[in-house]
Design a protein around this ligand. Sequence first.
Ligand code: SF4
Ligand code: F3S
Length: 104
Amino acid sequence: TYVVTDNCIMCKYTDCVEVCPVDCFYEGENTLVIHPDECIDCGVCEPECPADAIRPDTEPDMESWVEFNRKYSELWPVITRKKDPMPGYQDMDGVAGKLEKYFS
Ligand code: SF4
Ligand code: F3S
């Protein structure tokens, strides 16, 4: 599966949602997530993200991100249409430690 990781938080470009063939992106207030059981591993969303936040779970240390994506995809509504990124997204792109800052 692919999952959304740290750098989506407080940016939410949403380019990713338009290309997903199975509509498995879900939207929270500050970030998006992918439902790991619905993702068919096609990979087309990965290059669409300007923040490089979408990663395959085959990379090292991704287990906690898979769990994060699974947990919130079951709580948040589906998103299939691109919308404006979050206010101030330019300043937040690349900031370290967003998960700790905004989800603790
Ligand atoms: Fe959707 Fe494919 Fe991205 Fe999975 S890898 S979230 S199926 S676009
Ligand atoms: Fe987030 Fe990137 Fe999609 S910033 S909303 S994963 S395009």
